[in-house]
Design a protein around this ligand. Structure first.
Ligand SMILES: N[C@@H](CCC(=O)N[C@@H](CS)C(=O)NCC(=O)O)C(=O)O
Length: 222
């Protein structure tokens, strides 16, 4: 399948992945979208198919109604918020919160999310199988250090990270903080951010989406 065009939003993703905050943002925006399931890490064929859309063979990818392809979760979330001014999903260009918003969106993407390329498949960098456990442990420590730094550097401005309205930064953090070393480690490293991610988990407009795409099953927090 080629890149769909003029077909509304098309999200390439999979449950529990970086596509979920994108799906959540579209849900809050009440924008209809078509979901294309691509669990790229499961099968070589799916990965090869995904490469035709995103040469990085990763989800999320988003095709905009214009037909333009976007990859990179932070860029997608920022664009969705910015292209719906008044949605409250991100501080506007003239807001004093804008630098803080951009800083932590980029921080989650570059400092934390990028480490999952290693964590999800340590054999990509490990010299031998024994080394894989070392990479898992060291990347877990690095992620917790990042959460500590984010927790120390960002004081929530309200119920959510940037005020009393949920935004794409909340959606992004709520998802990425669920991955290994998982939520319990995150809560301990960044206790000040815990209420905001819990508020995002409990957002009523997202109840069905979280249940379907990232269910809160027993022990999910780690
Ligand atoms: N920089 C990308 C990273 C995306 C990413 O790592 N996605 C994971 C799923 S959560 C994936 O597709 N992994 C498969 C792979 O990297 O081979 C982004 O922010 O969107």
């Amino acid at each position: 399948m080629g890149t769909p065009m003029g077909d509304g939003y098309v999200v390439y993703g999979a449950p529990g992945t970086g596509s979920v905050p994108v799906e959540a943002a579209l849900t809050l925006l009440r924008e209809p979208y078509r979901m294309v399931e691509r669990a790229t890490w499961r099968e070589v064929a799916v990965s090869a198919e995904m490469a035709r859309i995103n040469p990085m063979r990763q989800v999320p990818a988003l095709v905009l109604p214009s037909g333009e392809l976007m990859t990179e979760s932070a860029a997608i979330l920022i664009h969705l918020a910015d292209s719906h001014p008044g949605s409250g999903l991100a501080p506007g260009l003239d807001s004093s919160l804008r630098p803080r918003f951009l800083r932590w969106m980029a921080f989650i993407a570059a400092q934390v999310y990028a480490l999952y390329w290693i964590r999800d498949e340590p054999s990509r960098l490990a010299a031998d199988p024994a080394h894989e456990a070392v990479l898992r442990e060291r990347t877990a420590q690095r992620i917790l250090d990042c959460w500590r730094i984010m927790g120390d550097g960002l004081t929530p401005a309200g119920r959510f990270l940037l005020g009393d309205e949920i935004g794409v930064l909340d959606l992004y953090l709520a998802m990425v903080s669920r991955w290994g070393p998982r939520r319990k480690g995150f809560y301990a490293a960044a206790p000040g951010l815990a209420p905001a991610v819990r508020a995002a988990d409990a957002e009523p407009r997202l109840a069905a989406l979280w249940a379907a795409r990232a269910p809160f099953v027993e022990g999910w927090e780690g």
